[in-house]
Structures are given as C-alpha cells and as structure tokens.
Ligand binder design. Structure first.
Ligand code: SAM
Ligand code: SF4
Ligand code: SF4
Length: 482
C-alpha cells in the first residue's frame, strides 16, 4: 500500500504544542531524514488501528524523492507497515506573501520608495506620515448568500446597508494613490462574485499594475466563466472550503452547496491548465473548526488531486465583528460552539481563550500603510471594522487621499500608541490598542508573516517564475529617503 504523507502537516503538528516552539520557514530535508517517533497524535484516519509504537522513517533517494515507511503496532502486537513517497509542502504564510508583484519592475521607483517610508513610519509609530498606503482592501460586495455563524452575515443581519461597490467608486479608490499601491484585497464582509462588475474592477487594478487577491465561497450558480476570471488579471483566489462532505461543510458554510463549489473549482483549475495560465493562484483554505478536523487530510488530498496550487488550513477565530468590541476571552467563549478547544494544537487560542503569542506582538500595522474601503464607500482603517459609526470618512464625500491625510487617521495612530479619551471614530483604535486579535502573531499559521517567511515566499514564487526578486528584500528594509 502506498500512502502520501504531508510532511508539513506532520511538522506543524509536531511543532505547535508549546508556544515557545517555532515552525521553520522551510524544511531542511537532510535534518528531517531519519526516524520520527510519535509522542502525541492528531488523529488521522490511516492510524485508526494503531495502538502504539508509531514511527515514521524518512530517507532521501538518489533521484531527489523521499521514501517514507510508516509503522505502528496494533492492539494485539502485530505490526502495520506502509511505504510511500513523502512530499514537502512548504506553505506560504496564511495571508499570502506581503510583497508580491507580478513584474519585478513594479516594485521600483515611487512604489519602492513609498513602501520604505511606510515601513519606517510603522516602525517609528509616527502620528503624521509622508507616505501613502501600499495596500488597500476594497470590499466589492458586502452581500452574501451564505450565513456562516461567526460572520456578520449571520450575527449582524441589519447593521450596515448591504450593497456592492460600483466601478466608479472602485476606480476612485484605486486611482487615489498613483505609484503607491502594490496590492489590493478584493474582499472583506461579503461574497465578491455577487458583484456583477467585480471582474471589470479587477481588470482595472491589473491594468494599473496592482497585485490583487480575493476570497470566495464559490457556491454560486452563475459564476462568471473560468476564462473571464483568468482574463480579469486577478492574481490570487482563496476558496473557503471547510469540509469534503456536504454535512460537514454546511455546518459552517450555512446555505452553501459543496457540489457546486467543487464543480466551479474544477472548471477554474481546468481552464488554467488548458491555457497554461499561472494566475490566478488558486488556494483552498480550510478553516479548522470543532466539527471538521477529520476532513482536513481528505480535503488536502482532494485539493492535490484537483490540481489546486496552495492548500492552507488553520484554526478559525471568534465572531468576526466582535473582535474589536470584546476581549479575546469573551469572543472565544461566545464562539465556542464552532471554535476548536484552546488545547487543540491548531487553535488560535490557548485553553483560557487568550489569543496565542501575544507576547510577540509589535502592534497594529494597518494605520501606517493600509486602509479598507467598504462596498458603500465608507473608509475604515482596517478590515475588521464593520460598524458605520467608526468610519473615518466616505469616498462618496471626500477623495480617499484626503481622508488618509486628515484628522481621523492621525488621531487613530495616536490612539493605537496610547492616546486616550478620543471622541471621534479613532475610539476604535483606542479600544483596540490592547486587542490581540489584530497584533502580529508571527509564528502562527495565520497573522503576519515574519521577514524570513516573506523572504522564503518570495523565493518560492520567483522559482515558479512569478513574484519579486528576493534580493529586493534588503532594499525594502533599508531607510526611507524622504
Ligand atoms: C468574511 S469572508 C468574505 C469572503 C468570502 N465570502 C469567503 O468566505 O471566502 C473573508 C474571509 O474570512 C474567512 N473567515 C470566515 N469565518 C472566519 C473565522 N471565524 N475565522 C477566520 N476567518 C474566517 C473566510 O473564509 C474568508 O477567507
Ligand atoms: S461565505 Fe464569507 S461572507 Fe458569506 S457568510 Fe461566510 S464568511 Fe461571511
Ligand atoms: S488599532 Fe486596531 S482598529 Fe485600529 S487600525 Fe489597528 S487593528 Fe484596526
């Protein structure tokens, strides 16, 4: 019997128990080879008959492949043995590479100079900045046909007026900082593909040389043709698929139809293959929840068989719109019906409901280089702000570059670094300054990538013929010149 072992799955599982143990940015095969003994187990279906003495022996072959022999003892003492080929799946950081541009020349001149200044302002926590944002979130639709229980679509059915972003508003936002924006996220609070003009918007970003990513549930009957998605120039499509059976999948993706999702996914992957298209990178994102752990491995296998580019899994977080308003512990306990237990190695929380790795945070990164625009044109300093009374302005009333330079952003930067008694929308950041849901958690699956991870991600992408030249990394980290 031949089975395929996901080396990174084992590695992550083995390295995530105590908070001080760190995952490596890349697997060093020479160090990895040899015998591994099981100390604790995250249950896999293929180990269901193993009672003890579990070990895996890895050996490099002359042709570069890796042999693996898995052994264990049954309850009656007899031995089960399975040999196969192991594969390293070096994953990119959960949110994808921070600095990805499709053309090396795009990260030069004004853009590079702006980025350097943004990173300096962020390091120095300056209230006033000379730079412009290098990263935008444009919520192309805050309407959704699903009702995931931890999303505003289920928890705040009224709240903000639901709408889709118009092409005119998108162009306003994308043109506000010429020569500064490197990357745009076309999603936030709803389903992007429910905006019939989404691909026109994506095309505009591509023409402006901006790297774009979206996230979709793909449970859409009249999804645009796969060729149109490829032609739009979208560079990365995250697909939220947290199960391989309808029963499991719909426990979180309430109202979603897995068959439809997988059929849409297959069409996209096949069209890419037919056209030998690299983009969009197709990512299967699996949120690990209380009810779906048994389906991570089968989902990984399915993704690989379908030819998906990236498979990523990680623990879900508590109710999304509540993360600013309540403490971690409260958010965790309110969401326990769905979240993994804090003792689970994949959980984003510790057993007391505290977000993990808080001690390593270095604070909010949004206010110095990024912002979010809602579908109705409202502007937020980051993508977890949902309530309208916290908007910093609206692009229907004021140009986005002015909103960025004006009082609300300056007050918010001060609030995030300790200023108190704000009365305007900057109260949002006053509340959040101690809110761990938004701070860096560099060593977790989700959260911001470390410099090493960025470097590694950039290298992998360059090796695949895309992405920035990693030699630029040193340049990016050098000082701002204005
Ligand atoms: C609000 S959704 C909007 C995009 C799209 N409707 C989707 O679900 O992919 C934005 C992202 O949040 C993720 N998400 C949903 N619930 C989450 C949770 N409890 N913790 C972390 N991420 C979550 C989704 O999978 C998606 O990638
Ligand atoms: S599919 Fe996305 S937007 Fe829709 S309810 Fe779920 S998480 Fe929210
Ligand atoms: S301080 Fe918090 S609310 Fe304010 S921008 Fe940063 S992450 Fe968002």
């Amino acid at each position: 019997m031949r089975i395929l072992i996901c080396a990174s799955l084992l590695l992550m599982t083995m390295t995530q128990a105590p908070a001080t143990v760190r995952t490596v940015p890349a697997v060093d095969l020479d160090r990895y080879a040899g015998d591994w003994f099981e100390v604790a187990r995250y249950p896999n279906w293929f180990q269901r008959n193993c009672a003890g003495d579990v070990r895996a022996s890895y050996a490099r072959r002359a042709d570069g492949q890796i042999d693996v022999v898995n052994r264990c003892a049954r309850a009656d003492g007899s031995v089960i043995e399975a040999s196969g080929l192991a594969r390293v799946i070096d994953t990119l950081p959960y949110h994808g590479p921070l600095l990805l541009s499709t053309n090396k020349t795009e990260l030069s001149g004004a853009r590079l100079s702006n980025l350097k200044c943004a990173l300096r302002a962020e390091r120095e926590r300056s209230t006033e900045v000379t730079n412009e944002p290098y990263h935008l979130v444009l919520d192309v639709s805050d309407i959704c046909n699903l009702k995931c229980p931890l999303c505003v679509q289920a928890t705040e059915p009224r709240g903000r007026k639901r709408t889709t972003l118009t092409v005119a508003s998108a162009i306003k936002a994308l043109s506000a900082f010429p020569g500064a924006v490197l990357r745009v996220e076309f999603f936030n609070w709803g389903e992007p593909f429910l905006n019939p003009e989404f691909l026109t918007i994506a095309q505009f970003a591509d023409t402006a040389g901006i790297f774009s990513r979206t996230s979709s549930h793909f449970s859409i009957r009249n999804l645009p043709d796969a060729n149109a998605i490829i032609d739009s120039g979208l560079k990365w499509v995250v697909l939220s698929i947290d199960g391989v059976t309808q029963e499991t999948y719909e426990k979180y993706r309430v109202g979603g139809k897995l068959r439809q999702v997988l059929a849409n996914l297959e069409r996209l992957v096949q069209a890419k293959r037919r056209r030998r298209a690299v983009f969009p990178i197709v990512e299967w994102q699996f949120l690990a929840l209380r009810h779906n752990l048994d389906e991570i491995q089968p989902a990984h296998n399915r993704a690989r068989d379908l030819g998906v580019d990236v498979f990523r899994y990680g623990g879900a977080r508590g109710e999304m719109a509540n993360r600013i308003r309540v403490s971690d512990q409260e958010n965790y306990s309110q969401s326990r019906e769905y979240l993994l237990d804090g003792s689970d190695p994949l959980s984003e929380y510790d057993p007391n409901g505290q977000k993990l790795n808080q001690h390593e945070h270095d604070g909010c990164r949004w206010l110095w280089g990024k912002l979010a625009v809602h579908a109705d044109g409202g502007v937020s300093p980051c993508w977890t702000s949902w309530q309208r009374h916290f908007d910093f302005g609206s692009i229907q009333e004021m140009p986005l570059d002015r909103i960025w330079r004006e009082q609300n952003f300056t007050a918010a930067r001060a609030a995030a670094t300790g200023a108190r008694n704000n009365t305007g929308p900057a109260r949002l950041c006053e509340q959040c300054a101690s809110c761990s849901a938004f701070v860096n958690a560099p060593e977790r699956l989700s959260g911001w990538p470390t410099k090493q991870q960025i470097h590694h991600a950039a290298e992998s992408l360059v090796a695949a013929g895309i992405g920035i030249d990693p030699s630029l990394q040193a340049e990016i980290e050098s000082t701002c010149d204005h």
